[in-house]
Design a protein around this ligand. Structure first.
Ligand SMILES: C[S@@+](CC[C@H](N)C(=O)[O-])C[C@H]1O[C@@H](n2cnc3c(N)ncnc32)[C@H](O)[C@@H]1O
Length: 210
């Protein structure tokens, strides 16, 4: 991957953060960065976690694993930090396995040699206008990169309610020579899914494996 990649996300900053959120970004975020990860612990990655509802869910479901989330939208990161900390501004016990990379996942991948049991991407930005299609994260090149970080028997799980993007990702998987299937699964409703901007009946999922 080259450094001059197109941005795949919109804004990094939205409405002004509260004083508490700013304090959590300054004080807590640096203490839960995904560095020096232990080699012998299972790891799960979520890309573009938004406000982190699903990330928190998998953190609770997998207390023995490290859950890494990558998200460049700082208001989303701040929402997650608020949700995982208590009144004394320390990380709640059930979320101590969370690590956050508050930027482009492609920068995180360049600096890690970790392998992941699961890689989740829920509601990736669909960039529906034809002239923006190049900004779609889940293109064949990125999928080929991502699979290198997938542990043996691991799964890349992608869900989107934008059915045109879904078909496009399936086509990109074929172009990347990757095996995938399209199961009926259910995940918790994330904030973006609730908005259902695509206006479809439900999200569709695909799972890529080695
Ligand atoms: C449409 S939102 C969905 C957020 C969340 N998954 C949900 O379902 O509510 C897509 C998210 O992906 C993030 N994103 C886009 N490109 C990314 C990248 N290269 N690395 C990490 N996150 C990215 C965006 O900042 C945005 O928060």
């Amino acid at each position: 991957m080259e450094k001059q990649e197109l941005r795949t996300f919109g804004r990094r900053h939205g409405k002004k953060l509260s004083a508490r959120q700013t304090m959590l970004i300054d004080r807590i975020l640096p203490t839960i960065s995904p560095t020096n990860l232990p080699a012998n612990t299972g790891k799960i990655l979520e890309i573009g976690f938004g406000a982190g509802e699903h990330l928190r869910e998998i953190a609770r479901q997998n207390p023995g694993k490290i859950i890494i989330g990558a998200e460049p939208f700082m208001n989303g990161v701040a929402s997650l930090l608020s949700a995982i900390t208590n009144e004394s501004n320390t990380v709640r016990d059930e979320y101590k396995n969370i690590r956050i990379f508050a930027d482009d996942v492609r920068d995180f991948l360049r600096q890690t040699d970790s392998q992941f049991e699961q890689i989740w991407i829920l509601h990736p930005d669909p960039w529906p206008k034809a002239r923006h299609e190049k900004r779609r994260l889940l293109n064949a090149d990125f999928l080929k990169t991502l699979i290198k970080y997938l542990a043996q028997n691991g799964e890349i799980i992608i869900g989107t309610d934008h059915w045109e993007y879904f078909d496009w990702i399936c086509a990109q998987s074929v172009a990347a020579n990757l095996k995938y299937y399209t199961p009926d699964i259910e995940t918790i409703q994330t904030r973006y899914q609730k908005k259902n901007k695509a206006g479809t009946e439900s999200p569709r999922y695909l799972i890529i494996k080695h």
